[in-house]
Design a binder for this molecule. Structure first.
Ligand code: EPZ
Length: 420
Protein backbone atom coordinates (compact mmCIF):
# COMPACT_ATOMS: atom_id res chain seq x y z
CA UNK A 1 0.00 0.00 0.00
CA UNK A 2 1.17 3.52 -0.76
CA UNK A 3 0.81 6.75 1.11
CA UNK A 4 0.88 10.24 -0.30
CA UNK A 5 3.25 12.73 1.25
CA UNK A 6 2.39 16.39 0.91
CA UNK A 7 4.65 19.28 1.83
CA UNK A 8 2.04 21.96 2.43
CA UNK A 9 2.02 25.70 1.91
CA UNK A 10 2.59 25.94 -1.86
CA UNK A 11 0.17 28.15 -3.80
CA UNK A 12 -1.07 26.12 -6.78
CA UNK A 13 -0.60 27.85 -10.12
CA UNK A 14 -1.18 26.93 -13.76
CA UNK A 15 -3.67 24.99 -15.86
CA UNK A 16 -5.27 21.61 -15.34
CA UNK A 17 -7.75 19.57 -17.39
CA UNK A 18 -10.60 17.68 -15.76
CA UNK A 19 -11.03 14.00 -16.74
CA UNK A 20 -14.21 12.18 -17.74
CA UNK A 21 -16.74 11.56 -14.98
CA UNK A 22 -16.30 8.35 -13.00
CA UNK A 23 -19.94 8.18 -12.01
CA UNK A 24 -21.05 8.56 -15.62
CA UNK A 25 -18.65 6.09 -17.17
CA UNK A 26 -19.44 3.21 -14.79
CA UNK A 27 -23.16 2.85 -15.64
CA UNK A 28 -22.45 3.66 -19.31
CA UNK A 29 -20.02 0.75 -19.50
CA UNK A 30 -22.67 -1.44 -17.85
CA UNK A 31 -25.18 -0.27 -20.48
CA UNK A 32 -23.06 -1.81 -23.26
CA UNK A 33 -24.40 -5.17 -21.99
CA UNK A 34 -27.70 -4.18 -23.61
CA UNK A 35 -26.38 -4.67 -27.14
CA UNK A 36 -24.46 -7.32 -29.07
CA UNK A 37 -23.03 -4.63 -31.35
CA UNK A 38 -19.72 -2.79 -30.85
CA UNK A 39 -19.55 0.36 -28.71
CA UNK A 40 -16.90 3.03 -28.36
CA UNK A 41 -16.72 5.10 -25.20
CA UNK A 42 -14.40 8.10 -25.21
CA UNK A 43 -13.08 10.36 -22.47
CA UNK A 44 -12.82 7.40 -20.12
CA UNK A 45 -10.75 8.13 -17.01
CA UNK A 46 -8.07 5.59 -16.13
CA UNK A 47 -9.24 4.75 -12.63
CA UNK A 48 -9.29 1.73 -10.39
CA UNK A 49 -13.11 1.75 -10.61
CA UNK A 50 -13.12 1.90 -14.42
CA UNK A 51 -10.84 -1.11 -14.51
CA UNK A 52 -13.06 -2.95 -12.00
CA UNK A 53 -16.08 -2.38 -14.28
CA UNK A 54 -14.13 -3.64 -17.30
CA UNK A 55 -13.26 -6.83 -15.37
CA UNK A 56 -16.95 -7.35 -14.67
CA UNK A 57 -17.91 -6.83 -18.31
CA UNK A 58 -15.25 -9.37 -19.36
CA UNK A 59 -16.54 -11.83 -16.76
CA UNK A 60 -19.97 -11.47 -18.40
CA UNK A 61 -18.55 -12.36 -21.81
CA UNK A 62 -17.74 -8.96 -23.34
CA UNK A 63 -14.46 -8.20 -25.09
CA UNK A 64 -13.40 -4.80 -23.82
CA UNK A 65 -10.16 -2.95 -24.52
CA UNK A 66 -9.04 0.22 -22.78
CA UNK A 67 -6.43 2.39 -24.46
CA UNK A 68 -5.66 6.12 -24.21
CA UNK A 69 -8.99 7.17 -22.77
CA UNK A 70 -11.08 4.98 -25.10
CA UNK A 71 -12.92 1.79 -24.29
CA UNK A 72 -13.85 -0.34 -27.28
CA UNK A 73 -16.34 -3.10 -26.74
CA UNK A 74 -16.31 -5.65 -29.56
CA UNK A 75 -19.41 -7.15 -31.13
CA UNK A 76 -20.50 -10.21 -29.19
CA UNK A 77 -23.12 -11.56 -26.88
CA UNK A 78 -23.36 -11.11 -23.14
CA UNK A 79 -22.80 -14.76 -22.28
CA UNK A 80 -23.14 -14.87 -18.50
CA UNK A 81 -25.80 -13.49 -16.19
CA UNK A 82 -23.76 -13.85 -13.00
CA UNK A 83 -21.78 -11.00 -11.46
CA UNK A 84 -19.56 -12.61 -8.84
CA UNK A 85 -19.01 -11.43 -5.28
CA UNK A 86 -15.25 -11.10 -5.69
CA UNK A 87 -15.77 -8.53 -8.42
CA UNK A 88 -18.87 -6.71 -7.12
CA UNK A 89 -17.43 -6.39 -3.61
CA UNK A 90 -14.55 -4.23 -4.93
CA UNK A 91 -16.93 -1.53 -6.09
CA UNK A 92 -20.54 -0.77 -5.26
CA UNK A 93 -21.30 0.68 -8.68
CA UNK A 94 -20.96 -2.85 -10.11
CA UNK A 95 -24.50 -3.43 -8.90
CA UNK A 96 -25.67 -1.43 -11.90
CA UNK A 97 -25.12 -4.44 -14.16
CA UNK A 98 -28.37 -5.81 -12.66
CA UNK A 99 -30.64 -3.64 -14.84
CA UNK A 100 -28.93 -4.29 -18.20
CA UNK A 101 -28.55 -8.04 -17.54
CA UNK A 102 -32.21 -8.32 -16.62
CA UNK A 103 -33.25 -6.17 -19.60
CA UNK A 104 -31.16 -8.11 -22.11
CA UNK A 105 -31.16 -11.68 -20.79
CA UNK A 106 -34.28 -11.52 -18.57
CA UNK A 107 -32.15 -13.08 -15.90
CA UNK A 108 -29.47 -11.72 -13.58
CA UNK A 109 -27.63 -12.99 -10.55
CA UNK A 110 -25.67 -10.19 -8.97
CA UNK A 111 -23.86 -10.21 -5.67
CA UNK A 112 -25.28 -7.79 -3.10
CA UNK A 113 -22.70 -5.06 -2.62
CA UNK A 114 -23.11 -4.65 1.14
CA UNK A 115 -22.51 -1.46 3.10
CA UNK A 116 -19.38 0.64 3.08
CA UNK A 117 -17.58 3.19 5.16
CA UNK A 118 -19.91 6.04 4.13
CA UNK A 119 -23.08 4.26 5.24
CA UNK A 120 -25.42 1.28 5.07
CA UNK A 121 -26.36 1.91 1.44
CA UNK A 122 -29.33 -0.41 0.85
CA UNK A 123 -30.54 -1.47 -2.61
CA UNK A 124 -34.27 -1.67 -1.86
CA UNK A 125 -35.12 0.98 -4.47
CA UNK A 126 -33.25 -0.92 -7.20
CA UNK A 127 -35.19 -4.08 -6.35
CA UNK A 128 -38.51 -2.23 -6.07
CA UNK A 129 -37.99 -0.96 -9.62
CA UNK A 130 -37.13 -4.40 -11.02
CA UNK A 131 -40.17 -5.94 -9.31
CA UNK A 132 -42.44 -3.23 -10.75
CA UNK A 133 -41.18 -4.15 -14.23
CA UNK A 134 -42.31 -7.73 -13.59
CA UNK A 135 -39.15 -9.43 -12.31
CA UNK A 136 -39.25 -12.11 -9.65
CA UNK A 137 -36.61 -11.29 -7.10
CA UNK A 138 -35.07 -13.61 -4.56
CA UNK A 139 -32.06 -13.24 -2.34
CA UNK A 140 -29.88 -16.24 -1.69
CA UNK A 141 -26.36 -16.67 -0.35
CA UNK A 142 -25.58 -12.96 -0.72
CA UNK A 143 -26.82 -12.75 -4.30
CA UNK A 144 -29.88 -11.12 -5.86
CA UNK A 145 -31.51 -13.36 -8.42
CA UNK A 146 -33.84 -11.46 -10.74
CA UNK A 147 -35.75 -13.12 -13.54
CA UNK A 148 -38.76 -12.52 -15.75
CA UNK A 149 -40.32 -14.13 -18.78
CA UNK A 150 -40.84 -10.64 -20.09
CA UNK A 151 -40.50 -7.17 -18.62
CA UNK A 152 -43.45 -4.80 -18.85
CA UNK A 153 -43.33 -1.02 -18.56
CA UNK A 154 -44.73 0.31 -15.28
CA UNK A 155 -45.21 3.40 -13.14
CA UNK A 156 -42.46 3.39 -10.53
CA UNK A 157 -42.05 5.83 -7.66
CA UNK A 158 -38.34 5.70 -6.81
CA UNK A 159 -38.07 8.17 -3.94
CA UNK A 160 -36.43 6.85 -0.78
CA UNK A 161 -35.86 8.05 2.77
CA UNK A 162 -32.97 10.21 1.58
CA UNK A 163 -34.59 11.31 -1.68
CA UNK A 164 -33.81 9.99 -5.14
CA UNK A 165 -31.16 7.37 -5.87
CA UNK A 166 -28.64 7.79 -8.67
CA UNK A 167 -27.76 4.15 -9.32
CA UNK A 168 -31.33 2.91 -8.74
CA UNK A 169 -32.53 5.36 -11.40
CA UNK A 170 -29.72 4.14 -13.72
CA UNK A 171 -30.52 0.50 -13.04
CA UNK A 172 -34.27 0.81 -13.58
CA UNK A 173 -33.79 2.93 -16.69
CA UNK A 174 -31.47 0.27 -18.15
CA UNK A 175 -33.94 -2.53 -17.39
CA UNK A 176 -36.89 -0.55 -18.79
CA UNK A 177 -35.42 0.37 -22.19
CA UNK A 178 -36.05 -3.15 -23.50
CA UNK A 179 -39.32 -3.72 -21.60
CA UNK A 180 -42.65 -3.88 -23.42
CA UNK A 181 -44.60 -0.61 -23.19
CA UNK A 182 -44.13 2.58 -21.23
CA UNK A 183 -42.28 3.09 -17.95
CA UNK A 184 -42.56 6.24 -15.87
CA UNK A 185 -39.94 6.71 -13.14
CA UNK A 186 -41.13 9.30 -10.67
CA UNK A 187 -38.73 10.89 -8.15
CA UNK A 188 -35.92 9.96 -10.52
CA UNK A 189 -32.41 11.23 -9.77
CA UNK A 190 -31.56 14.35 -11.82
CA UNK A 191 -27.75 14.10 -11.59
CA UNK A 192 -25.80 14.95 -14.78
CA UNK A 193 -24.40 11.40 -14.74
CA UNK A 194 -27.95 9.99 -15.07
CA UNK A 195 -28.51 12.36 -17.99
CA UNK A 196 -25.27 11.20 -19.64
CA UNK A 197 -26.37 7.57 -19.32
CA UNK A 198 -29.79 8.43 -20.83
CA UNK A 199 -28.06 10.21 -23.74
CA UNK A 200 -25.95 7.12 -24.39
CA UNK A 201 -29.02 4.85 -24.26
CA UNK A 202 -30.79 7.17 -26.72
CA UNK A 203 -27.82 6.84 -29.10
CA UNK A 204 -28.30 3.07 -28.80
CA UNK A 205 -31.91 3.51 -29.94
CA UNK A 206 -33.73 3.79 -26.61
CA UNK A 207 -36.74 6.10 -26.32
CA UNK A 208 -36.29 8.21 -23.21
CA UNK A 209 -37.75 11.61 -22.26
CA UNK A 210 -37.50 13.74 -19.18
CA UNK A 211 -33.98 12.72 -18.09
CA UNK A 212 -32.54 15.47 -15.91
CA UNK A 213 -36.00 16.00 -14.35
CA UNK A 214 -37.68 13.97 -11.58
CA UNK A 215 -40.00 12.26 -14.09
CA UNK A 216 -38.37 10.04 -16.71
CA UNK A 217 -40.50 8.39 -19.37
CA UNK A 218 -39.25 5.39 -21.26
CA UNK A 219 -40.98 3.74 -24.21
CA UNK A 220 -39.58 0.23 -24.49
CA UNK A 221 -37.96 -0.83 -27.78
CA UNK A 222 -37.21 -4.34 -29.10
CA UNK A 223 -33.55 -3.92 -29.83
CA UNK A 224 -30.60 -1.64 -29.07
CA UNK A 225 -27.68 -0.99 -31.38
CA UNK A 226 -24.03 -0.17 -30.67
CA UNK A 227 -23.10 3.49 -30.12
CA UNK A 228 -20.24 5.92 -29.64
CA UNK A 229 -20.19 8.36 -26.77
CA UNK A 230 -17.97 10.97 -25.10
CA UNK A 231 -18.21 11.01 -21.29
CA UNK A 232 -19.05 14.32 -19.58
CA UNK A 233 -16.35 16.02 -17.47
CA UNK A 234 -16.18 14.96 -13.83
CA UNK A 235 -17.91 17.69 -11.81
CA UNK A 236 -16.53 16.34 -8.52
CA UNK A 237 -12.95 16.36 -9.77
CA UNK A 238 -13.55 19.89 -11.08
CA UNK A 239 -14.96 20.98 -7.73
CA UNK A 240 -12.04 19.39 -5.87
CA UNK A 241 -9.57 21.30 -8.05
CA UNK A 242 -11.48 24.55 -7.48
CA UNK A 243 -11.11 24.06 -3.74
CA UNK A 244 -7.43 23.08 -4.12
CA UNK A 245 -6.79 26.46 -5.71
CA UNK A 246 -8.79 28.33 -3.05
CA UNK A 247 -7.35 26.53 -0.03
CA UNK A 248 -3.76 27.22 -1.17
CA UNK A 249 -4.46 30.81 -2.22
CA UNK A 250 -3.41 29.80 -5.75
CA UNK A 251 -4.38 30.83 -9.27
CA UNK A 252 -5.54 27.91 -11.37
CA UNK A 253 -7.30 27.66 -14.73
CA UNK A 254 -9.44 24.53 -14.69
CA UNK A 255 -10.32 23.29 -18.17
CA UNK A 256 -13.01 20.91 -19.43
CA UNK A 257 -15.61 22.13 -16.94
CA UNK A 258 -19.39 22.20 -17.36
CA UNK A 259 -20.18 25.24 -15.29
CA UNK A 260 -23.90 24.38 -15.10
CA UNK A 261 -23.07 21.10 -13.31
CA UNK A 262 -21.35 23.00 -10.50
CA UNK A 263 -24.18 25.40 -9.65
CA UNK A 264 -24.59 24.65 -5.94
CA UNK A 265 -20.85 24.64 -5.25
CA UNK A 266 -20.23 27.87 -7.15
CA UNK A 267 -23.14 29.56 -5.41
CA UNK A 268 -21.69 28.65 -2.00
CA UNK A 269 -18.21 29.77 -2.99
CA UNK A 270 -19.56 33.10 -4.23
CA UNK A 271 -21.37 33.50 -0.90
CA UNK A 272 -18.02 32.82 0.77
CA UNK A 273 -16.46 35.60 -1.34
CA UNK A 274 -14.35 33.47 -3.71
CA UNK A 275 -12.96 34.90 -6.91
CA UNK A 276 -14.15 32.72 -9.80
CA UNK A 277 -13.96 33.69 -13.46
CA UNK A 278 -15.99 31.71 -15.90
CA UNK A 279 -15.29 31.21 -19.57
CA UNK A 280 -16.91 28.79 -22.00
CA UNK A 281 -15.58 25.47 -20.74
CA UNK A 282 -13.10 26.64 -18.12
CA UNK A 283 -13.04 28.21 -14.71
CA UNK A 284 -10.27 30.38 -13.33
CA UNK A 285 -9.99 30.29 -9.56
CA UNK A 286 -7.92 32.92 -7.86
CA UNK A 287 -7.25 32.46 -4.18
CA UNK A 288 -5.86 35.09 -1.91
CA UNK A 289 -9.13 36.87 -1.11
CA UNK A 290 -10.29 36.53 2.48
CA UNK A 291 -13.16 34.04 2.52
CA UNK A 292 -16.15 33.95 4.90
CA UNK A 293 -17.50 30.73 6.38
CA UNK A 294 -20.73 29.38 4.88
CA UNK A 295 -23.22 26.72 5.93
CA UNK A 296 -23.73 23.70 3.70
CA UNK A 297 -26.41 21.06 3.40
CA UNK A 298 -25.84 18.16 1.03
CA UNK A 299 -28.83 17.22 -1.11
CA UNK A 300 -29.56 15.33 -4.32
CA UNK A 301 -28.71 17.28 -7.50
CA UNK A 302 -29.04 20.21 -8.10
CA UNK A 303 -28.35 20.58 -4.37
CA UNK A 304 -24.86 20.63 -2.88
CA UNK A 305 -23.22 17.24 -3.65
CA UNK A 306 -22.35 14.87 -0.82
CA UNK A 307 -19.26 14.00 -2.88
CA UNK A 308 -17.92 17.54 -2.22
CA UNK A 309 -18.72 17.61 1.50
CA UNK A 310 -15.33 16.45 2.83
CA UNK A 311 -13.37 18.80 0.54
CA UNK A 312 -15.58 21.76 1.54
CA UNK A 313 -15.06 20.89 5.20
CA UNK A 314 -11.30 21.18 4.69
CA UNK A 315 -11.75 24.63 3.17
CA UNK A 316 -14.07 25.73 5.98
CA UNK A 317 -11.62 24.46 8.60
CA UNK A 318 -9.22 27.28 7.57
CA UNK A 319 -11.87 29.94 6.84
CA UNK A 320 -12.66 32.39 9.66
CA UNK A 321 -16.06 31.94 11.33
CA UNK A 322 -18.36 29.03 12.07
CA UNK A 323 -19.67 26.74 9.36
CA UNK A 324 -22.41 24.19 9.91
CA UNK A 325 -22.20 21.29 7.48
CA UNK A 326 -25.25 19.04 7.32
CA UNK A 327 -25.10 15.68 5.54
CA UNK A 328 -28.53 14.69 4.23
CA UNK A 329 -27.52 11.87 1.87
CA UNK A 330 -25.21 9.77 4.05
CA UNK A 331 -25.64 10.94 7.67
CA UNK A 332 -22.53 8.98 8.72
CA UNK A 333 -20.19 10.26 6.05
CA UNK A 334 -17.91 12.03 8.54
CA UNK A 335 -14.86 9.76 8.88
CA UNK A 336 -12.64 12.66 7.81
CA UNK A 337 -13.64 14.79 10.84
CA UNK A 338 -11.33 12.99 13.28
CA UNK A 339 -8.49 13.03 10.76
CA UNK A 340 -8.86 16.77 10.10
CA UNK A 341 -8.91 17.35 13.85
CA UNK A 342 -5.56 15.53 14.04
CA UNK A 343 -4.27 18.33 11.82
CA UNK A 344 -5.51 20.90 14.31
CA UNK A 345 -8.96 21.57 12.82
CA UNK A 346 -11.74 22.49 15.23
CA UNK A 347 -14.66 20.36 14.10
CA UNK A 348 -17.35 18.91 16.26
CA UNK A 349 -19.72 16.28 14.94
CA UNK A 350 -23.31 16.25 16.17
CA UNK A 351 -25.36 13.57 14.41
CA UNK A 352 -25.71 14.55 10.74
CA UNK A 353 -24.07 17.95 11.41
CA UNK A 354 -20.45 19.00 11.67
CA UNK A 355 -19.73 22.34 13.27
CA UNK A 356 -16.51 23.75 11.91
CA UNK A 357 -14.73 26.62 13.62
CA UNK A 358 -12.29 28.07 11.13
CA UNK A 359 -8.72 28.41 12.36
CA UNK A 360 -5.70 30.24 10.96
CA UNK A 361 -3.84 27.23 9.68
CA UNK A 362 -3.65 23.45 9.89
CA UNK A 363 -0.48 21.59 10.77
CA UNK A 364 0.74 18.62 8.77
CA UNK A 365 0.23 15.18 10.36
CA UNK A 366 -0.06 11.52 9.46
CA UNK A 367 -3.72 10.89 8.56
CA UNK A 368 -5.66 7.98 7.16
CA UNK A 369 -7.97 8.02 4.14
CA UNK A 370 -11.25 6.17 4.73
CA UNK A 371 -13.04 6.64 1.41
CA UNK A 372 -12.55 8.37 -1.89
CA UNK A 373 -13.87 11.85 -1.08
CA UNK A 374 -12.54 11.83 2.50
CA UNK A 375 -9.11 11.21 0.94
CA UNK A 376 -9.60 14.19 -1.36
CA UNK A 377 -10.53 16.33 1.65
CA UNK A 378 -7.37 15.25 3.46
CA UNK A 379 -5.19 15.95 0.43
CA UNK A 380 -6.63 19.50 0.27
CA UNK A 381 -5.96 19.94 3.98
CA UNK A 382 -2.40 18.70 3.46
CA UNK A 383 -1.83 21.15 0.60
CA UNK A 384 -2.81 24.03 2.87
CA UNK A 385 -1.14 22.83 6.10
CA UNK A 386 2.16 23.93 7.58
CA UNK A 387 4.70 21.11 7.24
CA UNK A 388 4.36 17.56 6.07
CA UNK A 389 1.18 15.47 5.86
CA UNK A 390 1.13 11.81 4.97
CA UNK A 391 -2.18 10.42 3.76
CA UNK A 392 -2.18 6.64 4.05
CA UNK A 393 -4.41 4.19 2.14
CA UNK A 394 -4.17 6.39 -0.89
CA UNK A 395 -5.66 3.65 -3.09
CA UNK A 396 -9.03 5.20 -2.24
CA UNK A 397 -8.00 8.29 -4.19
CA UNK A 398 -7.07 6.18 -7.22
CA UNK A 399 -10.67 4.99 -7.42
CA UNK A 400 -11.89 8.37 -8.56
CA UNK A 401 -9.15 10.88 -9.45
CA UNK A 402 -7.21 10.23 -12.64
CA UNK A 403 -3.49 11.12 -12.48
CA UNK A 404 -4.16 13.28 -9.44
CA UNK A 405 -0.55 13.42 -8.21
CA UNK A 406 0.65 14.36 -11.67
CA UNK A 407 -2.01 17.05 -11.96
CA UNK A 408 -1.11 18.51 -8.57
CA UNK A 409 2.63 18.37 -9.29
CA UNK A 410 2.05 20.21 -12.58
CA UNK A 411 0.36 22.94 -10.55
CA UNK A 412 3.47 23.21 -8.37
CA UNK A 413 2.38 21.09 -5.40
CA UNK A 414 5.05 19.20 -3.49
CA UNK A 415 3.55 15.72 -3.36
CA UNK A 416 5.07 12.29 -3.71
CA UNK A 417 4.25 8.68 -3.01
CA UNK A 418 5.96 6.40 -0.50
CA UNK A 419 5.44 2.78 0.51
CA UNK A 420 3.58 2.36 3.81
C1 EPZ B 1 -24.03 7.54 -6.32
O1 EPZ B 1 -24.12 6.44 -5.44
C2 EPZ B 1 -22.57 7.84 -6.50
N1 EPZ B 1 -21.91 6.65 -7.04
C3 EPZ B 1 -21.94 8.23 -5.17
O2 EPZ B 1 -20.60 8.61 -5.43
C4 EPZ B 1 -22.70 9.45 -4.62
O3 EPZ B 1 -22.19 9.76 -3.35
C5 EPZ B 1 -24.18 9.15 -4.53
O4 EPZ B 1 -24.68 8.70 -5.82
C6 EPZ B 1 -25.01 10.34 -4.10
O5 EPZ B 1 -24.82 11.39 -5.00
C7 EPZ B 1 -21.99 6.39 -8.35
O6 EPZ B 1 -22.64 7.08 -9.11
C8 EPZ B 1 -21.21 5.24 -8.84
P1 EPZ B 1 -27.74 6.89 -4.07
P2 EPZ B 1 -25.51 5.69 -5.23
O7 EPZ B 1 -28.45 5.62 -4.39
O8 EPZ B 1 -26.29 5.78 -6.49
C9 EPZ B 1 -30.20 5.76 -0.22
C10 EPZ B 1 -18.30 8.76 -4.96
O9 EPZ B 1 -17.57 9.14 -4.02
N2 EPZ B 1 -30.67 4.58 -0.95
O10 EPZ B 1 -28.08 8.08 -4.90
O11 EPZ B 1 -25.24 4.35 -4.67
C11 EPZ B 1 -28.71 5.74 0.05
O12 EPZ B 1 -28.39 4.95 1.17
C12 EPZ B 1 -19.56 8.00 -4.68
O13 EPZ B 1 -18.03 8.93 -6.15
C13 EPZ B 1 -31.67 3.81 -0.41
O14 EPZ B 1 -32.19 4.09 0.67
O15 EPZ B 1 -26.18 6.61 -4.17
C14 EPZ B 1 -28.42 7.20 0.23
O16 EPZ B 1 -28.79 7.62 1.52
C15 EPZ B 1 -19.75 7.50 -3.34
N3 EPZ B 1 -32.10 2.72 -1.11
C16 EPZ B 1 -29.35 7.85 -0.78
O17 EPZ B 1 -30.38 6.88 -1.05
C17 EPZ B 1 -31.57 2.36 -2.31
O18 EPZ B 1 -32.01 1.36 -2.90
C18 EPZ B 1 -28.74 8.27 -2.07
O19 EPZ B 1 -27.91 7.20 -2.54
C19 EPZ B 1 -30.57 3.17 -2.86
C20 EPZ B 1 -30.12 4.27 -2.16
Amino acid sequence: MDKLIIEGGVKLKGEVTVSGAKNAVLPILAATLLTDEPCLIKGVPNLRDTNSMLKILRSLGKFAEFDKGKVSIAAGKTSSYIAEYKLVSTMRASFCVLGPLLGKLKKAKVSLPGGCIIGVRPVDLHLKGMRALGAQISIDSGYVLAQATKLRGAYIYLGGVYGSSVLATDNVMMAAVLARGKTVIESAACEPEVVDLAEFLIKMGAKIKGHGTPVIEIEGVKYLQGAEHLIIPDRIEAGTLVLASLITGGDVLIKNVRYQHLGALIDKLQEAGANLERSDTALRVKGGRKLRSVNITTLPYPGFPTDMQAQMMSLMSVTPGISVITEKIYPDRFMHVAELNRMGAQIQREGPHAIVEGIKSLSGAPVMASDLRASAGLVLAGLAARGKTSVSRIYHLERGYEFIEKKLINLGAKVWREKE
